[in-house]
Design a binder for this molecule. Structure first.
Ligand SMILES: [Zn+2]
Length: 282
């Protein structure tokens, strides 16, 4: 599933490709991708004549800003966008096509069919699901150590599932949570109330650094991830633990361990991320 860095990459690419274009018509081939309004004909009717002003991101959601509407899109497992000339043959699994007045098309393709689109009047999107319950935005200025500690600290819950919960912090999925915990030297099964202030501070830094580096690298290419221009992300080469079971830890050389935490496959180093709290650098 694309995480914050991949969605950020799609956002930037889409902005370059479709900002300023006006929607002439919309074809919906798989109605269940459209959740709001629940009538695909009305969805298409509302979008006709709207111009794409900007593409933004909140957590793993894309926000496509139109004249007086906002289209909230989640790619889920394998959703992806592409821009094509209108004559180009339509590939299999293309479920929604936005036809622009300039003869190009934005096509939404989704093999697994888990992606969603919700259309709102401007600003209404913040008061309703799916955006109304989202937690802290880790690359925003508001993601301070104090805000992080207030949201995450002092809970008897394991730290990994806590970081994956989008109501606490958005955008982090299974890849970047393992990477951030490795970077901070924290075992994924530690409970948040067992973390010392210095560890919590390290974790806050690790989350920001991991996500920023991945955004700079254009997102991860794990599991055939491709951005909106068809370019593969480059972050895969930089992963320290995720997908590296039995390979040497880049820090200490011991084999990377794999276990299951909160139902999710989890990669970590037994030595660098001990289950018992260790002495940490401040
Ligand atoms: Zn290690």
């Amino acid at each position: 599933m694309p995480e914050l860095p991949e969605v950020e990459t799609v956002k930037r690419t889409l902005n370059q490709l479709v900002a300023g274009k006006t929607i002439r018509q919309v074809s919906v081939h798989l109605p269940r991708i459209i959740r709001r309004p629940d009538d695909p004909v009305l969805f298409a009717e509302m979008l006709r004549g709207q111009t794409i002003q900007d593409v933004q991101r909140r957590g793993k959601f894309l926000r496509i800003i139109l004249n007086d509407l906002v289209l909230v899109s989640h790619l889920r497992m394998e959703g992806r966008y592409g821009v094509y000339p209108s004559g180009e043959p339509v590939e299999k699994h293309t479920h929604v096509i936005f036809h622009f007045s300039d003869g190009t098309e934005l096509r939404y393709k989704d093999v697994r069919q888990f992606g969603t689109m919700d259309l709102f009047e401007t600003d209404q999107e913040w008061t309703l699901p799916p955006l109304c319950k989202l937690g802290l935005e880790p690359l925003d200025e508001s993601f301070t150590y104090e805000a992080f500690r207030a949201r995450i600290g002092k809970r008897e819950t394991k730290i990994k599932p806590l970081l994956l919960n989008q109501e606490y912090i958005v955008g982090i999925g299974n890849i970047y949570v393992d990477e951030a915990l490795f970077r901070a030297g924290i075992h994924p099964e530690r409970t948040s109330d067992s973390l010392k202030p210095a560890e919590l501070r390290n974790l806050h830094n690790a989350i920001v650094e991991t996500l920023k580096e991945a955004v700079d690298a254009g997102g991860s290419s794990v599991k055939s991830y491709v951005n909106g221009q068809g370019e593969m992300g480059m972050f895969q080469q930089r992963l320290n633990v995720y997908g590296r079971e039995s390979q040497p830890c880049p820090r200490c050389g011991l084999p990377i361990a794999k276990t299951v935490v909160g139902g999710r496959g989890t990669h970590y180093c037994r030595k660098c991320q001990p289950l018992k709290s260790k002495k940490v650098r401040v």
